[in-house]
Write a protein that binds this ligand. Structure first.
Ligand SMILES: [Cu+2]
Length: 356
C-alpha cells in the first residue's frame, strides 16, 4: 500500500513526461509500445496482450450490490411477493477478489490464469415481520435473516490471440475454460435462516458453476495517441449439468467504451455494457422453490444494461512505470429479470496491475 501511495505522489510530479507516439502502421512487438496504450476500463479483464516474455500480475476486486425486488422490469412489493414466497430478499452484496497472471508467449499469443475468492451476503425479510423489522435480539437474532458464503471460486484459463496487432488497430480473439473448483454444496450455518440450517443454500450463494464452462470472446480496439475506442463481446457456455442436477444459464455480454487520456498518467473512460443470461436449466431438488425467489431456478438470468465511469492511473515512467491502478463504478440503466429477482443497484470494479 505504501508503495502505491509513493507511486501516486511520484506520478503527479512526473506529469510533464512525454506522451507516447503512435505510428499507425507499425506492428506492436515490444513492451514499450504496448504499455503506452490508454488503459482498459477496470471491469474488462480481457482485451490486451503482452509482448513475448512479459508477465503481468493483477489483483482485482469486483463488487455487485443488489437491493429490492423486481419482476420483469417492474418493482414488486414484499407484500405481493409473500403471496407466493415465505421470505423476501432485501439486499445482497457479492464480492470477488481475483488474482490473475498473464504471460506473453509470442507477439500474438498471451496466456492468462485466474483464481478468485468470493464472499456473498444476503439479507432477507420474513413473512409477517412488516417492512421495518428490528433486530432487537429478543425473539430472533440478526443471523436468522442472513445467508452468507465464502471461499474460492472456479479457476479460469484463457488464451488471447491477436489477429491484428498494429499500433492503431487491434483485433483479438480469446478462448477460455472455467474449471469447476468452486463448491456447489455450501450449506447454511446453525445460527442462520432456519430453513437453511445444514441445508444447501440457493444457487446464487454457491461459489462455482459445478460445470466446465467455455469462455469465447472477441475484442476490437482503435488506439489514437490519447484515446481508445473499443468493443468487446464475451460468452460463457456451460457444458452439461453439474452433480447436483442443474446447469447455470449461458451468458453473453458486449461492452463498448471510449477512454481519453487527459493527463500523461491519468485516463478516464465511459463504458456501456449489455448482457443477457439464461435462467437455470434443471434444479437442485433439495431446495424448496417457494422459500424465497433465489431458491427457484426460474428466477435467474435476464437482460441488463449498465453504464460505467472509470479511471486508469498509469505513470509509464519513473520508479512506478510498471504499475497500473484502475477503478470503475457502474449504475444499471435497464434491467429485465427472468421471474422475480433482487435487481442490481451498483457495481464497483478495481484492479492493480504490475508488469515485469
Ligand atoms: Cu495483462
Amino acid at each position: 500500500m505504501r508503495k502505491i501511495i509513493e507511486c501516486l505522489a511520484l506520478s503527479a510530479l512526473l506529469s510533464s513526461s512525454a506522451q507516447a507516439q503512435i505510428d499507425s502502421n507499425a506492428v506492436c512487438e515490444n513492451a514499450s509500445c504496448c504499455s503506452k496504450e490508454v488503459g482498459l476500463p477496470a471491469g474488462l479483464m480481457l482485451g490486451h496482450i503482452h509482448p513475448k516474455g512479459e508477465w503481468m500480475i493483477s489483483y482485482r476486486y469486483m463488487n455487485m450490490s443488489m437491493e429490492g425486488i423486481q419482476q420483469g422490469v417492474s418493482a414488486l412489493s414484499s407484500d405481493a411477493l409473500f403471496k407466493s414466497y415465505v421470505m423476501a430478499p432485501e439486499e445482497m452484496q457479492m464480492n470477488m477478489h481475483m488474482l490473475m497472471a498473464m504471460y506473453g508467449v509470442n507477439k500474438r499469443l498471451t496466456l492468462m490464469g485466474m483464481i478468485n475468492y468470493n464472499t456473498n451476503l444476503m439479507h432477507m425479510q420474513m413473512f409477517g415481520e412488516g417492512e421495518n423489522h428490528v433486530h432487537d435480539g429478543s425473539t430472533q437474532s440478526a443471523d436468522e435473516h442472513h445467508m452468507h458464503s465464502m471461499g474460492f471460486g472456479d479457476i479460469k484459463l484463457y488464451g488471447i490471440y491477436a489477429l491484428i496487432n498494429k499500433q492503431k488497430h487491434k483485433l483479438m480473439l480469446n478462448a477460455g475454460l472455467s474449471i469447476p473448483t468452486g463448491t456447489t454444496t455450501i450449506v447454511g450455518d446453525v445460527n442462520g435462516i432456519p430453513a437453511y440450517i445444514n441445508k444447501r443454500l440457493p444457487y446464487m450463494m454457491q461459489l462455482g458453476s459445478g460445470t466446465f464452462d467455455v469462455l469465447p470472446g472477441i475484442s476490437y480496439l482503435y488506439h489514437k495517441k490519447t484515446s481508445t475506442i473499443g468493443i468487446q463481446s464475451n460468452a460463457n457456455i456451460r457444458l452439461g449439468y453439474n452433480k447436483i442436477g442443474y446447469s447455470l444459464g449461458n451468458e453473453i455480454s458486449t461492452s463498448t467504451w471510449y477512454a481519453y487520456r487527459w493527463l500523461t498518467f491519468l485516463s478516464s473512460s465511459l463504458r456501456a455494457e449489455f448482457s443477457v443470461s439464461e435462467q437455470i436449466y434443471g434444479a437442485d431438488a433439495s431446495l424448496y422453490a417457494y422459500n424465497e425467489p433465489a431458491a427457484n431456478s426460474k428466477n435467474y438470468g435476464g437482460q441488463r444494461g449498465v453504464i460505467y465511469l472509470g479511471s486508469v492511473w498509469q505513470p509509464f515512467s519513473g520508479t512506478c512505470k510498471r504499475w497500473q491502478l484502475a477503478a470503475e463504478f457502474g449504475i444499471p440503466v435497464y434491467q429485465n429479470v427472468n421471474g422475480i429477482q433482487s435487481p442490481s443497484k451498483y457495481f464497483i470494479n478495481t484492479n492493480l496491475n504490475v508488469v515485469f
